[in-house]
Design a protein around this ligand. Structure first.
Ligand SMILES: Nc1ncnc2c1ncn2[C@@H]1O[C@H](COP(=O)(O)OP(=O)(O)OP(=O)(O)O)[C@@H](O)[C@H]1O
Ligand SMILES: [Mg+2]
Length: 378
């Protein structure tokens, strides 16, 4: 979006349209991306970024940038850790405007591959009670520094972002509650009604067998009773699964372990990123699929990509979980033959859960694999 001078009315309209998107059921990441773009284009900034803390406030759950090429982002690698000037905005919950970032006493410098940045405008993404993260712009395009007006505009957009994030977290919590209630209800229903009924049928059959007129009839009834026993045991096992956590350690632990396991064949260690309420919303059955998909994707990177970097990201947003595996290797050949089964399996796993799968070569090189399924599918 090229920078252009806009009239005040235009500005207000665009501000409003950004805010109104919160109500229109737009995916959170898409909405935040839009807000960062609008912020940069409205005030004329070369770069912009929006960071959202995870719920435990230990790392960034979302980090959306504007103005950086994908290549550059891969080269910079890790996201900002919240030290330095960015941390100040979140910690104080106050807007910060600087002519030169480097001159701030808490500036810690930039990582390798990071573009040069001078003027800075950072505003907290907050509601009155909670600081969710920050929105910051750098390198004002047509002036030495950001203005009071810029500050007011960006603060308004950051407020919109905060409301959208709050909305999203509330919705996730509600969804989780209903999943837990559903599981409990199904387990109770199975136990209290279904198992007891089958049990009663078994008793009735045993009773009937006393009056059976022939041995073959008695034997047939006995087999039926045995079958019912098996069904009851299967149901008990299912109830147990509903109650228990069949994936000890959860998705995070297992994904990290998997990367450790494959480290030897992968060369450079992939970065691993989680965003959204992963621990509370991903059912074990979906997590099992995700780990199988990750194993295949990383094995493919090791076997075929010849990559220098690889990035793995799990994101829960708007009732779906997305796994992305990005590498900067030779790129998947769109004309690839039917040699392997791996990718076909990934497509099939996504289809079983009502989701989708894609893999594409990136320009100028590299591959992006995206595997996404709805969380309600479990
Ligand atoms: N990250 C990647 N970079 C480059 N090429 C890739 C990548 N992933 C897959 N490919 C290409 O896609 C082809 C199909 O992948 P797929 O996983 O289906 O098969 P495979 O890995 O060759 O065999 P299998 O998975 O059955 O052991 C690969 O042979 C390879 O050419
Ligand atoms: Mg494969």
């Amino acid at each position: 979006m090229p920078y252009r001078k806009v009239r005040d009315v235009d500005k207000l309209q665009r501000l409003l349209s950004g805010v109104l998107m919160i109500e229109a059921d737009v995916e959170l990441a898409a909405l935040l991306t839009h807000l960062v773009e609008e912020a940069c284009s409205l005030v004329g900034a070369q770069y912009g970024a929006l960071g959202v803390l995870n719920e435990s406030r230990t790392a960034l759950a979302e980090f959306i940038t504007y103005g950086l090429s994908q290549e550059r982002e891969l080269a910079i690698g890790a996201r900002p850790t919240g030290r330095g000037v960015l941390g100040v905005v979140v910690a104080d919950g106050e807007t910060l405007r600087l002519d030169r970032i480097a001159e701030h006493p808490l500036s810690v410098g930039f990582p390798e591959g990071h573009p040069a940045m001078t003027s800075f405008l950072g505003v907290p993404v907050r509601t009155p009670s909670t600081v969710y993260g920050n929105l910051y712009l750098t390198n004002k395009l047509d002036a030495e520094r950001f203005s009071d007006e810029d500050e007011a505009l960006v603060e308004a957009l950051a407020q919109a972002a905060a409301i959208a994030i709050e909305n999203n977290r509330l919705r996730d919590r509600l969804r989780l509650l209903s999943v837990i209630e559903d599981r409990d209800r199904i387990a109770r229903e199975l136990h209290d009604r279904i198992i007891q009924r089958i049990f009663a049928i078994g008793l009735a059959l045993q009773e009937a067998s006393r009056y059976a007129i022939s041995d073959p009839t008695r034997a047939a009834i006995a087999r039926g009773v045995d079958q019912l026993d098996i069904v009851i045991n299967e149901l008990r096992a299912t109830i147990h699964q509903l109650d228990a956590d069949p994936l000890p350690g959860g998705l995070r632990r297992n994904a990290t372990d998997l990367i450790d396991e494959l480290a030897a064949i992968l060369g450079p260690r992939p970065t691993l990123d989680f965003s959204g309420p992963i621990d509370t919303t991903v059912p074990p059955r979906v997590a099992d699929h995700l780990l199988a998909v990750l194993r295949e994707a990383l094995t493919n990177v090791a076997k075929h990509a010849r990559a220098e970097h690889c990035a793995v990201a799990f994101a829960v947003d708007d009732g779906t979980i997305t796994l992305r595996v990005l590498d900067d290797g030779v790129g998947v050949d769109s004309a690839r033959g039917g040699a392997g089964l791996g990718l076909a399996n990934l497509a099939q796993r996504a289809a079983i859960l009502g989701g989708d799968f894609s893999i594409e070569a990136l320009d100028p090189h590299g591959t992006r694999l995206t595997w996404r399924v709805p969380l309600g599918a479990a």
